[in-house]
Design a protein around this ligand. Structure first.
Ligand SMILES: Nc1ncnc2c1ncn2[C@@H]1O[C@H](COP(=O)(O)OP(=O)(O)O)[C@@H](O)[C@H]1O
Ligand SMILES: N[C@@H](CC(=O)OP(=O)(O)O)C(=O)O
Length: 460
């Protein structure tokens, strides 16, 4: 990242993801980045890599005590590696032990009452509490005034455990009142992913939610820049783990980045862009292991606006199709359908309609399973009273992202040539200038994406 672009009075919120704080060496590299940039006053960390997954496994209720203790042991080993490298300072060691004891207590309780939402959130939140505690100590040992502060002091949410909604006004008031004043004196290290409701109960924002937390804090504090430090040197034209010809994109518009995140570019949580757009904060994505490689800047406007920018994919998609002859020439059917979905807190993602059926995918942001769990028996029963319902799982959503997609001749032909031998289950095109997307069977998606990327983005 070019540190010279920041004036001394500007404010950057920097977020470091799980791999960036995976162990002591990784955390130490993050400290280099922070110390090189005086504008970074708020540091948001995720749990060390692997810890949230282990906590999720515990939250499902591990009844066999040996197995439960083994999972706790794996978490403790990750945290103690860092604590040991820090020389086991007594106060930090004592606080870490308290957090690990809480993990033990909550996981023991969930072994008998699996999935209890408030307790699950209390358990999941402990990963970020451990990493922020250790990272603040590391910064202090590097000679930098820094304090771990509990994000629940400011990150007010509703009480919807597992997928809480931030309360923006309260968050802004609390962040301005409690954090803004002291920012020049010491850097704040805080937790992504977690928040608290008005009664002080711990909540979480959904899997991968630390980017979102950092964007919300940047907005609440009026930051100039939000830096997302991760394990890739920017946002690529496709997931580099899947497509070897994918290339980093130096500059993206907010619109393009939002589409990419929504349609599966895991490097950015889908909700990250909106707070940045609202507050006019520029977003940088770079690699904490190799900051010298630069990264992607996301801004309101970009110099280049190519038709084809990227291909994204989302696995594990669920398609809900509702059929009813009552829909024929009727008024209000869709309104009723959406009212039911809204009552069950389901946000519709893609939608296509015919005279007698509606097919839709679910917004599965923050879900590990593509939103399958959102289709509760109560919802299906209510829908079943007004129409015939079909649920298909195991699909994958592919999105071609760029500019003027809906108004450029030949886009459909180039995309669908690749799909000649595949069954396309649903197509959405036309509503957005920035994407064309379709569903295919999950087992076919890798070659489809590789070939599409090759044709649209690798051929000159
Ligand atoms: N278009 C893309 N550009 C870059 N990375 C992508 C893209 N799509 C998916 N990814 C994946 O996102 C990963 C980084 O996201 P994530 O693992 O959530 O990071 P962190 O733990 O830092 O939050 C990368 O390792 C990469 O495999
Ligand atoms: N630790 C949380 C939140 C998060 O955003 O993590 P990461 O930044 O490593 O994706 C999770 O794994 O869901």
């Amino acid at each position: 990242m070019n540190t010279h672009t920041f004036s001394p009075v500007s404010l950057t919120v920097a977020k470091f993801g799980g791999t960036s704080v995976a162990d002591y060496a990784a955390m130490d590299r993050c400290a280099d980045i922070i110390l090189a940039d005086p504008s970074v006053r708020v540091v948001v960390v995720s749990a060390s890599s692997g810890v949230t997954n282990l906590l999720v496994a515990l939250s499902a209720g591990v009844a066999e005590n040996d197995k439960r203790l083994a999972l706790l042991g794996q978490i403790a080993a990750i945290q103690y590696q860092i604590l040991d490298a820090l020389g086991r300072p007594a106060e930090v060691a004592a606080t870490l032990d308290q957090l690990l004891t809480e993990m033990d207590k909550h996981s023991a309780s969930l072994a008998h009452l699996p999935g209890e939402p408030a307790r699950v959130d209390a358990l999941l939140a402990l990963g970020e509490q451990c990493s922020s505690l250790l990272f603040a100590e590391l910064l202090r040992q590097r000679g930098e005034p820094a304090r771990a502060r509990d994000v629940r002091e400011v990150m007010r949410t509703d009480s919807h455990h597992g997928r809480a909604t931030p309360q923006l006004q309260e968050l802004a008031q609390l962040a301005q009142g409690r954090w803004a004043v002291g920012l020049n004196a010491e850097r704040i290290v805080t937790q992504g992913f977690i928040g608290a409701d008005a009664d002080g109960n711990t909540t979480t924002l959904g899997r991968g939610g630390s980017d979102f937390s950092a964007a919300l804090l940047a907005e609440a504090l009026g930051a100039d820049n939000l830096a997302i430090w991760t394990d890739v040197d920017g946002i690529y034209s496709c997931d580099p783990r899947l497509v070897s010809g994918a290339r980093p994109i130096p500059e993206l518009s907010f619109d393009e980045a939002a589409e990419m995140a929504t349609f599966g570019a895991k490097v950015l949580h889908p909700a990250t862009i909106l707070p940045a757009v609202r507050s006019g904060c520029a977003v940088f994505v770079g690699c904490s292991r190799s900051p010298e490689l630069g990264g992607t800047w996301i801004r309101n406007q970009t110099e280049l606006n190519p038709v084809y920018r990227a291909v994204s994919l989302r696995r594990n998609q669920t398609l809900l199709t509702v059929h009813s002859l009552n829909m024929l020439h009727a008024q209000g059917f869709l309104a009723e359908l959406f009212a039911i979905l809204a009552r069950h807190r389901i946000s519709v993602d893609l939608i296509t309609t015919s005279e007698v059926s509606v097919a839709l995918t679910l917004d599965s942001t923050g879900s590990d399973s593509g939103g399958r769990e959102l289709l509760t028996p109560a919802l299906l029963e209510e829908l079943g009273q007004m129409c015939r319902v079909e649920v298909e799982t195991g699909l994958a959503l592919v999105a071609v992202i760029g500019n003027r997609i809906a108004t450029t001749a030949g886009v459909g032909k180039r995309v669908f040539e690749v799909l000649e031998n595949h069954n396309v289950r649903m197509i959405c095109q036309g509503a957005s200038a920035h994407n064309l997307c379709f569903l295919v069977d999950g087992s076919e998606v890798d070659p489809v994406v590789q070939e599409l990327h090759g044709r649209l983005l690798e051929q000159v």
